[in-house]
Design a binder for this molecule. Structure first.
Ligand code: SD4
Length: 339
């Protein structure tokens, strides 16, 4: 049996640790050890990992771009543009849920192995915020441009303005306005950012995020996704991490930076993600956000070992490597209220 078929079979049987949905209680030493063994095998480069189902076509594009000799940044941009342009993806770019005023406002960032970063937040009318973020990285001496200034920069770089609010998104927004209650639906309305982490052929690490942010947010609200250290962080000597979920909680805890820091201290991607999710839960135990709090992290280290971990069930991510191809894996999760 081919290794790929063997993997699929094992995954179906639930015998592969990291790809199996495990609650915190279930993450026994044995299963932790299994998870580690699986990821240890994944040391061939490149390795691409990205959040949610829309990660599959994004990974595919990034993989092919890397194989065709594109730089990691160009390959990541190409991948992220797929969900950004897809109106069926309701949480990223064109077709994304608007804010409570009916405006689609976008956040994105990108970071390379030399710690160069580019980011845009509260950007309106530009279909590919990831490309604008990349231009910020390449063509300015800044890291982050926001709102009108980000739009002005995009236009000066030759991007064109267009309406990003589709008829479907407008219809859903009008329905929301009838009640106007901000209580994001877990895994649907405050999630589904695409975050992607890559170890390229040379073993260098880079990453990116792009999102329309939390549905029905206040006009002007910026989430974690464009903030280096919150939605995305990497250190080429160590590894990378990225977040999805309630951005406010990730910002409060400098989530992705902390995951990378724990990996620097010797933790595996799984251990690092788990510890930060638990810390976020502890900080929010008595917080008004707890009711709809969901956070998830993906992490990838220098060896190509990876993991995903979230507070509640339902978070999955796409992984592409030479050995097993492009596939979805379920993140382990904590579910603290069952303890
Ligand atoms: C945010 N982290 O803006 C993002 C939400 C998300 O699709 O994951 N959105 O808070």
């Amino acid at each position: 049996m081919s290794q790929r078929r063997d993997f699929i079979k094992k995954a179906a049987l639930g015998t592969i640790g990291i790809s199996t949905v495990l609650s915190c209680k279930e993450l026994t030493e044995k299963e932790d050890a299994t998870a580690e063994k699986v990821v240890q095998k994944n040391q061939k480069k490149p390795v691409i990992i990205s959040t949610w189902n829309h990660g599959l076509p994004a990974n595919e594009e990034t993989w092919n771009s890397l194989k065709n000799g594109k730089s990691a940044l160009d390959a990541i941009e190409a991948g992220m543009k797929i969900p950004e342009a897809d109106p069926k993806v309701r949480s990223v770019g064109y077709g994304g849920y608007p804010d409570r005023e009916g405006k689609v406002t976008l956040d994105a960032c990108i970071m390379d192995h030399q710690s160069n970063c580019g980011s845009v937040s509260f950007l309106q009318g530009i279909k590919h915020p990831i490309s604008v973020a990349k231009r910020v990285l390449q063509n300015t001496s800044h890291v982050m441009l926001s709102g009108q200034g980000a739009l002005q920069f995009a236009l000066s770089e030759g991007f064109t303005e267009e309406n990003l609010l589709t008829a479907e998104a407008e219809r859903d927004w009008k329905k929301w306005v009838e009640e106007s209650k901000y209580k994001p639906v877990i895994n649907i309305e405050n999630h589904d950012t695409i975050s992607m982490l890559v170890v390229d052929n040379d073993g260098n690490i880079s990453g990116a995020c792009t999102t329309s942010g939390a549905a029905w947010k206040m006009h002007g609200r910026v989430g974690d996704s464009p903030i280096i250290g919150a939605g995305l962080f990497l250190d080429n000597e160590v590894g990378a991490a990225a977040a999805t979920g309630l951005g406010e909680a990730v910002i409060r805890t400098a989530g992705s930076a902390m995951v990378v820091e724990l990996m620097r201290q010797g933790k595996s991607p799984l251990e690092a993600c788990k510890e930060i999710v638990e810390r976020i839960y502890d900080k929010h135990k008595n917080h008004r956000d707890l009711e709809y709090l969901q956070v998830g992290f993906i992490a990838l280290n220098k060896n190509g070992e990876y993991a995903g971990y979230s507070l509640r069930s339902g978070f999955n991510y796409a992984v592409y490597d030479e050995e097993y191809g492009n596939r979805m894996e379920d993140a382990a999760f904590k579910m603290p209220w069952e303890n």
